[in-house]
Design a protein around this ligand. Structure first.
Ligand SMILES: [Zn+2]
Length: 1136
């Protein structure tokens, strides 16, 4: 009948239960039938055996005597109350009395064992919360106590003191709910207790206490039960309180909650406190065994060998008495049993080394407690420490004991200071403790300053991967805790951000933000370092060495792994973003001020931070909102200009400030032919506004034709240069430059300039070069813009040297630099040629008016995708006029760090979404004209050309250079503007030779010996093959008869576009036709030679995947390979 919830756990095992008659206390003669139950701690009676909650309970500890009276009756006598029961028979009465007497005797023995149990006093636990409450159904207020995992109901305070109550509620099945105002319900499956407190704040306290009891009840008591299996472990090692559910894992003793609080106050160096019920992970089988072998019995035989009665603790001892006792007991070792070797370190250590190889754990305990060094040198290099010796001897309990005692101090009398360590030992986990000031955690980023008053002082302990914070250093139950494994980010705001000088923020996976503060920079730094160590894995521990302002993990995509986001470790230090990725080598940090692009893409829900550096692109995903927002702001701030000097600007590729190249690029594209460029002034207000936004974040400014006038841009650039605090040529060197301009001998002057150039800071040097290179281009167009070198020098001399222009020396320097541009800056001829070509192309396009408005003007940037079109694969590439498709492809692969492997035919495709067709660009095609011809529904994508290998094989093996055969044909008449229905696809015969593609309506006859059918002499249509653009694919709307089609575009001399659709029967045919087109259009050069790509290829491990036919070298070589392969397939393999 003990399956009831209020009934038994194995700890409170029912000793006896049954029906008894009980007389009512008022002395009435009417006996009432009651179900009576006795366990180790309580005697209870119920209305029936079905009831969960008793009518009355009596603590066994309060029973002073059990006596037989007449008529099978017996009395249970407490201090001032007597309960009378009548059994059915004498035998039964005898059984009840024996059971009760035994329970009382055991209870007293337990109390005596702890030496702290004065006869007659109650051994009950101190309540967590107690007081008066109204309970519906009771006329008078009850006295309610929350004790551990139980809520006890008493008629009044007096009965509480007597240990006689109504009932208690096991909170493992309890639930508390707020009702209105002062009321709340404690609900169990058997009854609803409706309480009313005196006030709302009191109600809050009750709710909190009862919730605490639920938490305690829910935490498994399995560990406690196992540890309590050893009798001495059933009462507190220090004060004797019953059912101690806390433990010190290094001292190997079990204690009550109150004593545990004082243990914690001793510090983890003396006692490592853990809960038997809550710290479940700590309790390994080995540790439990250790507690069964040592535990409170052995512990007190050593630590409490000489306790004077006056200094003994009791369950009811005051906190002060407890603290004094525990400090004397464990910190000073005042009551311990001295080991005979005490004081002789060498002998103690030797004895320890001997003891750990045996099963004598008590000896090890005594030696360690008397000063033997847990990490002393054993003298055996094979097993240099006691731990290693224990391991060698297979003594797992000794090992566990030694491990738990690593890092703990030896008791020293009179020591009140924290113990310093005698030996440096590597702690298995980071631990740290001390006071921190903490604000309530929030789910939003901290927008404003937190005042000092908003912080509360908390005792914080970082141990075993958990950061716990307590009300005081003596509190046992933490107010809360943060698991290191849940920490995603640690940020250090600049000093004085909040009411405390030094603060740090901890972000968790559950999107909470905790703010901690301290006065001392050193202490704050210590905490930050310890927390960082606790949550950063060894893989990323290099990051800890940085003086970071933000550290944590974030989902990212980069390089080859774009499909799946992975978690990487990042740390932001100054303007560098360091990253450690789970795969792949350690990367160079991203220089945030030198990024080509920094943008946030995606919608609010799904933000992605895109960082583009020259060779790589990194996508950081905003999966968790809270820490992402923090990272975003910090990265944006770190990427911004720091101030007004040149080196503090956002920098581009070659150390040129973004602000400078934005303007220079814009002028290059739109201003080269503008009359009086740089001499004419822009509108002051517009210039100022532009300069302001450039100074704020030049990277995000897109100069657009039509929105900015070239003169506004040129004026902004001049103003920027003129306002530089130190000037472009620096204050220190300005005079030297001006003096150099007076050198008579030209050669000497040039070398003097070169010398001076080298002395400039790198950013200034790069800027001077970029600017002069630009001015050099400007003067090339002096025919149209009227700005020759001299005119430019008049404008730029005073600007760059920040002079008033009275003296021409400054102008002369600029004039000299432009004139001797090639010599002074050591410009490569090839570089110069390319630059000229590019500029010429730009000007030509401007003149022809073909530069479309679809690109961002001013930077000639085009968007290219990798593998497929989506935001994450976007790359913004600056396209010089000379850039080929091959160069573009490699640029994209380089940026994304994609290694080119053999048989990876990476190609740039022009994709026309409207036509549902794509064209792989020939490697030698120039990209810029294609870019300008692209419509709104077209884009460029770099991906592997899947058919290239098959095409090369076909070309290598075919005989003759012509291709002919049947294909299905359809003409797009609507393009011709006729608007006629264009009909379906029809069979046609095609012949492709080195100059044209011919179409024949019908095939007249077949010549069996040639394989080529004879066609009618006159083709129905004929097109010059080199002017055709061949796209793979035919749009579905046209209902192509097969999916192996291509779209052919022919642009006539009159710029009319004609479009045809051709369909093959098989994929192989399609490939052959396409290969034949490429072959004819590009004079047989279908794929670049190996050389240009060889240097970029990554070595590939090719186990078991030997290429049968090496597809390398010229067309002829391949033909030979194929021929050889056909003749003897094994011959090739022998050479591989
Ligand atoms: Zn205690």
């Amino acid at each position: 009948m003990d399956g009831l919830p209020g009934g038994s756990t194995s700890v409170t095992r029912v000793i006896k239960a049954g029906w008894l008659d009980k007389n009512p206390p008022q002395g009435s003669y009417i006996y009432q039938k009651r179900w009576v139950r006795l366990d180790a701690d309580y005697l209870r009676y119920f209305d029936s055996n079905k009831d969960a909650y008793s009518k009355r309970f009596v603590a066994v500890a309060c029973i002073s005597r059990v006596a037989a009276t007449g008529d099978q009756k017996f009395e249970v006598i407490t201090h001032n109350r007597t309960f009378s029961f009548r059994a059915e028979s004498d035998v039964e009465r005898k059984e009840w009395m024996q059971a009760l007497q035994q329970a009382v005797a055991e209870q007293r023995a337990r109390a005596r064992l702890s030496g702290t149990y004065p006869l007659g006093a109650r051994g009950l636990e101190q309540p967590d919360h107690a007081g008066s409450l109204e309970l519906r159904g009771f006329k008078n207020k009850l006295y309610v106590a929350v004790v551990g995992d139980k809520v006890q109901l008493y008629k009044n305070l007096e009965e509480y003191h007597l240990g006689i109550g109504i009932t208690f509620i096991d909170m493992s099945v309890g639930n508390v709910k707020e009702a209105d105002r002062r009321s709340f319900d404690l609900t169990t499956p058997y009854h609803i207790f409706s309480f009313s407190a005196d006030s709302e704040p009191e109600k809050e306290q009750w709710l909190e206490a009862m919730q605490g009891a639920i938490a305690e009840a829910l935490s498994t008591s399995e560990v406690a039960e196992r540890i309590w299996a050893a009798a001495p472990n059933r009462s507190c090692a220090d004060c004797g309180a019953a059912q101690p559910d806390w433990a010190s894992i290094n001292l190997c003793v079990v204690m009550c909650k109150r004593c545990a609080g004082e243990h914690r106050g001793l510090g983890a160096g003396v006692s490592k406190v853990r809960s038997l019920k809550m710290d479940r992970k700590v309790w390994t089988e080995t540790l439990i065994q250790l507690f069964l072998h040592l535990g409170n019995g052995a512990g007190n035989r050593f630590w409490a060998a000489n306790v004077p009665p006056s200094e003994a603790l009791q369950p009811s001892s005051s906190p002060g008495a407890r603290r004094r006792h525990l400090e004397a007991k464990y910190r000073e070792g005042k009551y311990r049993r001295y080991h005979p070797l005490f004081g002789n370190q060498e002998e103690l250590d030797k004895a320890l080394c001997a003891a750990v190889t045996t099963t004598d754990l008590a000896e090890t305990q005594a030696l360690l407690g008397c000063g033997a060094a847990v990490s002393c040198f054993s003298g055996d290099p094979e097993a240099p420490t006691p731990l290693a010796l224990a391991e060698q001897a297979g003594q797992t309990l000794q090992m566990e004991f030694l491990r738990n005692n690593q890092g703990t101090g030896v008791p020293r009398p009179d020591s009140t200071l924290p113990l310093e360590k005698h030996y440096s030992v590597v702690l298995p986990t980071v631990s740290h403790s001390g006071f921190l000031y903490k604000t309530a955690s929030v789910a939003k980023p901290l927008q404003d300053r937190r005042a000092r008053e908003e912080f509360s002082r908390r005792w914080c302990v970082l141990s075993d991967g958990v950061l716990s914070y307590y009300e005081t250093e003596r509190t046992v139950t933490p107010n809360g805790e943060i698991r290191a494994s849940e920490i995603v980010c640690l940020a250090v705001p600049p000093p004085d951000t909040h009411g405390f000088e030094h603060t740090f923020e901890v972000y968790t996976e559950g999107e909470r933000l905790y703010l901690f503060g301290l006065e001392s920079a050193e202490l704050a730094h210590e905490w930050v370092t310890c927390i960082a160590k606790a949550f950063v894995p060894p893989l990323a521990e290099d990051l800890l060495a940085r003086d970071f302002e933000r550290l944590g993990r974030l989902p990212y995509k980069a390089g080859l792994s774009l499909q799946r986001a992975q978690e990487g470790w990042f740390c932001l230090a100054a303007s560098e973003l360091h990253a450690v990725f789970p795969e792949g080598p350690c990367e160079e940090p991203l220089q945030l001020r030198k990024l080509q692009e920094l943008s946030v893409q995606g919608d609010n829900e799904n933000q992605v931070l895109v960082l583009v550096e020259r060779r790589r692109t990194l996508y950081i995903q905003g999966e968790r909102r809270l820490d992402f927002v923090g990272w975003l702001a910090a990265i944006q701030k770190a990427a911004a200009s720091l101030g007004d000097t040149l080196s503090e600007q956002q920098l581009g590729d070659s150390d040129i400030p973004v602000i400078v190249y934005r303007c220079v690029d814009y002028i290059t594209q739109y201003g080269l032919t503008s009359e009086g460029i740089y001499r004419k002034c822009g509108q002051t207000s517009k210039t100022q506004r532009l300069l302001e936004s450039l100074r704020q974040d030049a990277r995000s400014v897109r100069l657009k034709e039509g929105e900015q006038h070239v003169d506004d841009v040129s004026s902004a650039l001049k103003r920027f240069l003129r306002d530089l605090p130190d000037g472009l040529f620096t204050r220190a060197q300005r005079l030297a430059w001006l003096e150099a301009s007076e050198t008579e001998e030209e050669e000497e002057k040039v070398s003097r300039y070169r010398e001076l150039l080298l002395r400039l800071p790198p950013v200034n040097r790069a800027t001077v070069k970029a600017l002069i290179s630009h001015l050099y281009c400007v003067q090339c167009f002096s025919d149209t813009n009227q700005m020759n070198t001299h005119n430019l020098a008049i404008v730029f001399g005073p600007t760059l040297f920040q002079t008033d222009g009275q003296d021409y020396k400054a102008g002369r320097v600029v004039e000299d630099l432009i004139n001797h541009y090639v010599l002074v800056f050591n410009v490569d001829k090839e570089e110069l040629r390319k630059q000229r070509e590019e500029v010429t192309a730009i000007v030509k396009m401007r003149v022809a008016g073909t530069a479309s408005g679809t690109q961002h003007a001013g930077d000639f940037i085009c968007t290219v995708y990798l593998e497929e079109k989506k935001a994450e694969t976007e790359q913004h590439v600056k396209i010089p006029a000379s850039m080929t498709a091959e160069e573009l492809t490699l640029e994209i692969l380089d940026r994304r760090n994609v290694g080119v492997r053999e048989k990876d035919y990476w190609t740039c495709f022009e994709v026309n979404e409207r036509e549902e067709a794509e064209r792989p660009l020939h490697y030698s095609e120039k990209v810029l004209p294609i870019l300008h011809g692209l419509g709104m529904d077209s884009h460029l994508v770099v991906k592997k050309h899947q058919s290239m290998e098959a095409m090369l094989l076909y070309l290598a093996s075919r005989v003759g250079d012509t291709k002919h055969g049947m294909m299905k044909f359809r003409e797009d008449r609507s393009l011709l503007g006729l608007g006629l229905p264009s009909g379906g696809f029809h069979d046609r015969y095609f012949i492709l030779n080195s100059s044209c593609l011919r179409l024949y309506k019908e095939v007249r006859s077949q010549r069996p010996w040639s394989g080529a059918p004879e066609t009618s002499h006159r083709p129905e249509k004929e097109w010059p093959v080199k002017s055709l653009k061949v796209y793979l694919g035919v749009k579905k709307k046209l209902r192509p008869p097969t999916c192996w089609g291509f779209t052919v575009v022919h642009e006539t001399e009159r710029h009319e576009k004609q479009q045809w659709y051709l369909c093959c029967d098989t994929q192989m045919e399609l490939r052959e036709w396409f290969a034949a087109f490429l072959f004819v259009q590009h004079d047989g050069l279908v794929w670049p030679s190996e050389r240009s790509r060889a240097s970029r290829a990554v070595p590939e491990v090719r186990l078991g995947s030997v290429a049968l036919i090496p597809l390398r070298g010229s067309e002829n070589e391949m033909r030979r390979s194929v021929a050889a392969f056909t003749a003897d397939p094994l011959s090739l393999l022998r050479n591989v």
